[in-house]
Design a protein around this ligand. Structure first.
Ligand code: XIL
Length: 354
């Protein structure tokens, strides 16, 4: 008879999360939590439901989650006045079972809206009412379970105009088209009225380094704060391309000046896309960038939250949105860690030892 003398752990030295000798290898979460860093990822609702391996790595590696699409307007209010929190609830329950924080994303955006909202012939007054109802219902439902919300997503362009969004057959989404500039401020005031305790964020892309858009957004936020608009923080999405990455020193300077406005700064949607097929060298360069960005965040106390837009190439929006690109996450399709994971662990370890 064949007898297995080795313990199952000894057979698994290569297995992610289990070191030889049977001790659990450090995870991002196990090193980030003592540093009081929220280390997060967006979560795809369908994958969460169907894929046990995905759930296991997610709970092991992260202490914070964002719903990829399940808290957007189209998911929460697919028909006028009919609210559906089932996808939000599934994620909040998973987070509670696994001791994770939840970032709310997103209340008012020019995209991912239901057709009834975008195609309605609303008067400004009606539209303000719809915004109020949606924000109140959503914040009420998630009260105490979501600690911060991306209240407004992607409002401004680099020249200081309003981002219109691409709504077929229209000159932009209802918010900029019908309400103009006032919609941004209104959303924050309504959110504060609906929940005085939750943190309110402005979230955007393309202004992570020092450029025209970051000047504009900085000026807009500063002006809003001076007017008393209740904004607690700013989210830097960080959808980065390895071809032309955000420079870590510029990210650092930007976080510093936003922090000096009294804002919390969160990295909210980091991914680093690579032109396929990704080479070993690409993966090494990607790893260096992930670790540089993490170090920049850790070095500034204004930056307590570092969230990835997906942790595995198994479930990533990149190939569908950026033709020819992929490999943007720190875990592969097989859920094994890529060099980026080890590089981020190293930064966390250094920080813990310093
Ligand atoms: C993306 C999701 O990842 C996709 O699944 C969806 O089809 C479109 O939205 N900026 C944001 C996110 O704020 O909500 C977007 O998420 C990615 C860009």
């Amino acid at each position: 008879m064949f007898i297995v003398l080795l313990s199952p752990m000894a057979l698994l030295p290569w297995f992610p999360g289990v070191a030889s000798g049977g001790e659990a290898a450090p995870s991002l979460r196990s090193l980030a939590s003592p540093l009081e860093l929220s280390i997060g990822t967006c979560v795809n609702g369908r994958t969460l439901r169907s894929d046990g391996e995905y759930r296991r790595v997610l709970a092991r590696e992260f202490n914070s989650v964002t719903s990829e699409n399940g808290m957007k307007w189209r998911a929460i209010q697919p028909r006028r006045g009919e609210f559906d929190f089932s996808r939000a609830d599934a994620l909040m329950e998973f987070a509670e079972e696994n001791g994770m924080a939840v970032r709310g994303h997103t209340l008012v955006w020019h995209s991912y809206n239901p057709a009834w909202l975008e195609e309605g012939e609303w008067s400004p007054e009606e539209l303000r009412g719809l915004m109020r109802e949606h924000i109140f219902k959503t914040l009420d439902h998630c009260r105490g379970r979501v600690y911060c919300w991306d209240v407004v997503n992607e409002a401004w362009t680099e020249d200081g105009g309003l981002q219109k969004g691409t709504v077929t057959g229209r000159s932009g989404s209802v918010w900029p088209r019908i309400l103009g500039e006032e919609y941004v401020e209104l959303a924050f005031r309504l959110a504060r009225e609906a929940d005085p305790d939750v943190k309110l964020f402005y979230n955007d892309f393309g202004f992570e380094g020092m450029n025209a858009k970051s000047e504009t957004v900085y000026a807009k936020l500063k002006a809003s704060l001076a007017k008393g608009v209740p904004i607690d923080g700013v989210g830097l999405q960080m959808h980065v391309s390895l071809d032309d990455p955000v420079k870590p020193e510029e990210l650092s300077a930007n976080i510093r000046r936003l922090g000096e406005l009294g804002l919390e700064v969160h990295i909210t949607e980091l991914d680093i896309r690579i032109k396929e097929p990704a080479t070993e060298e690409d993966l090494r360069n990607q790893a260096r960038l992930f670790s540089d960005y993490l170090r920049v965040c850790l070095e500034d106390e204004a930056c307590p939250s570092f969230t990835l837009w997906g942790f595995t190439d198994r479930s990533s929006w990149i190939p569908g949105f950026f033709e020819g690109y992929g490999s943007a996450a720190p875990f592969g399709r097989d859920l094994n860690p890529k060099p980026a994971h080890g590089a981020m662990l190293e930064v966390l370890r250094e920080r813990l030892e310093s």
